[in-house]
Design a protein around this ligand. Structure first.
Ligand code: G1P
Length: 270
């Protein structure tokens, strides 16, 4: 099973810091943000992480490439802990596909169609870090309990935030699980069917990948993953796992990135 990480965005909110350095490579405590996301995928059922990259962001690929010369130098100097860390990150099973044009999240995911084939797959959005790696296994358990259905993570958001997210309609089938009836991307508050917002972790059936090929541009003129999820509901069941906002750490804005750094540093040194 593959875990897809879309990473071709421009990182506009972090300019000028992201003028020559990818947003995904910004440091969070002791490693680039995207390393947490790769490690989360590999700690779950994924045997390979596929980064959907842009051609301009080679430093992401350099980070996950082996560097035997650096490892040897570090060992020679007795810096084994650093050598181990470099060796580990160069050994992760990461591959790349390219999104040649920024046409939206749905388009980015579709760029990995040849990688996922006819298997279910994860999508992990890099703006949120889940360092305890527990969310994808919890989603997999919900899927297993419902015949292998697609499962998306959602979280309750305040009214003034709903228009920033994909939002679900459906009914509760357990304390923290909803059966999804429909989804809408970035609705106005009065059109939002609930306050449960799509959170950035998805376990999706191969049919979603097929349907993405036909999704027309939606909100913002972009090909939306949310629209393919809504379309697949005509054919398949989908469930939403309600996650605690405290389980994920937002790095999507300078302010939240700073707060995440502080919080994860505090935890690491508690
Ligand atoms: C994307 C998705 C949206 C989801 C959000 C979570 O939006 O399109 O459905 O709720 O991620 O972060 P974006 O933040 O890329 O605009």
């Amino acid at each position: 099973m593959k875990a897809l990480i879309p990473a071709a965005g421009l990182g506009t909110r972090f300019l000028p810091a992201t003028k020559s350095q990818p947003k995904e490579m910004l440091l969070v405590v002791d490693r680039p943000a995207i390393q947490y996301v790769v490690e989360e995928g590999l700690a779950s059922a994924a045997d390979e992480v596929v980064i959907i990259n842009s051609r301009e962001k080679k430093s992401i690929e350099d980070h996950f490439s082996p560097d035997p010369a650096l490892v040897a130098l570090l060992r020679e100097r007795g810096k084994d802990a650093y050598a181990d860390a470099v060796e580990k990150v160069g050994g992760y099973n990461v591959s790349y596909v390219y999104q040649e044009e920024a046409l939206g999240l749905g388009h980015a995911v579709r760029c990995a169609a040849e990688k996922t084939g006819d298997e279910p797959f994860y999508v992990l959005l890099g703006d949120v870090l889940v360092p305890d790696n527990k969310m994808l296994p919890a989603m997999q358990a919900v899927s297993d309990a419902h015949g292998g259905a697609s499962v998306i993570a959602v979280m309750p958001v305040p009214d003034d935030q709903v228009s920033r997210f994909g939002v679900i309609a459906g009914q509760a089938v357990a304390a923290d699980v909803w059966k999804v009836d429909s989804l809408v991307e970035k609705p106005a508050l009065e059109d939002a069917p609930s306050n449960l917002a799509v959170f950035g972790r998805y376990l999706l059936s191969p049919r979603v990948m097929e349907l993405l090929a036909d999704v027309e541009p939606g909100v913002g003129g972009e090909i939306q993953l949310t629209d393919a999820l809504d379309a697949v509901l005509r054919e398949e069941e989908m469930y939403a796992l309600i996650v605690d906002p405290a389980d994920g750490f937002d790095t999507g804005t300078v302010e939240s990135w700073l707060e995440t750094n502080n919080e994860l540093y505090r935890r690491a040194h508690a």
